[in-house]
Ligand binder design. Sequence first.
Ligand code: NAP
Length: 332
Amino acid sequence: MKHRTIGLDSVGEIGLGCMGMSWAYGSPDDAESIRTLNRALELGINFWDTADVYGSGKNEELLSKVLKDRRDDVFLATKFGNVFDRAMTSHQDLVAANAPWIVDGTPEYIKKAFDQSIKRLGVDHIDLYYQHRVDDRVPIEETVGAMKELVDQGKVRYIGLSEVGVETIERARKVAPITAVQNELSLWTRDFEDDVLPYTEQNGITFVAYSPLGRGFLTGEIKKFEDLAETDGRRNMPRFQGDNFETNLKLVSVVEEIAARKCVAPAQIALAWVLAQGEHVIPIPGTKRVKWLEQNALSAGVQLTSEDLDELKSLEGTGDRYGMTGMAFLKR
Ligand SMILES: NC(=O)c1ccc[n+]([C@@H]2O[C@H](COP(=O)([O-])OP(=O)(O)OC[C@H]3O[C@@H](n4cnc5c(N)ncnc54)[C@H](OP(=O)(O)O)[C@@H]3O)[C@@H](O)[C@H]2O)c1
């Protein structure tokens, strides 16, 4: 596994998104997830991404089972700020309750959230601590100021922001260094190509690409709505619904054609494309299965020619990235 840089650290150029192990994408399988986490370290996939909200803490607790023996081998990122009014351990809960969520970026909340996260993770510090979504009620300077206090106390090594635009990053950087920005980036989500992607490159900030496989859609494994289990949160996402689904399948067929030509998997094309967006970009594909992890690890060796890149250039997802509530918090 080759490496890329976050702050002064070097991590495997393919990271691991841990959300789906506990939340959002069908039923959890903790035993297979733990095998996946251990296998990740064998493969050099040491940049792990979680958040306090994933399964209302369950995902952080799951990671703790491996971290207790391997803390020094992992570059650990978690997030705070998305808050539900009661424990939501699955997307089903969310939908059933039509649960509204709020974003909390107040200094008081951050201190509380941080203490709870390190307790669940069983660690004494976090390598990269992100604000998950910007809180409109709290100036970003105030939120980042509170995050900086955690850095000054040696509890957090680097500060990150998720789903932010250039203006917010610029304001935040006046208060403390912003080491990483985590925004969605994939063949079907190009929203940041013209602004945040070049801005982060020019300013030495790592762009962490979340949902780099289009939440699994770009892998070609999801061919019809019913392929998603009834408990799967993607059933509530516009891109997986109705006509959007059918239109987006055409996009997948382009990825599949290129993959077939190169005798690799579509997922590997999707990840190779993200890696090709700049040396400062690190994709964090999510999986709870060893077989997908191993396939994704090999995507770093897939070379895309300029012809391949041209073919992939004009692809774009149809439909909003999130349902209505989620859309309201994007790219502040
Ligand atoms: N900052 C944010 O707001 C935000 C939002 C969303 C996600 N994230 C982070 O980003 C990470 C990755 O995003 P994501 O999980 O949403 O989406 P993703 O990485 O685009 O896709 C994950 C899905 O793809 C499937 N998959 C993975 N590798 C595969 C392969 N080689 N072949 C076939 N299927 C494959 C997984 O299946 P299995 O589940 O069966 O393994 C899972 O359903 C998350 O885990 C989370 O840490 C952050």
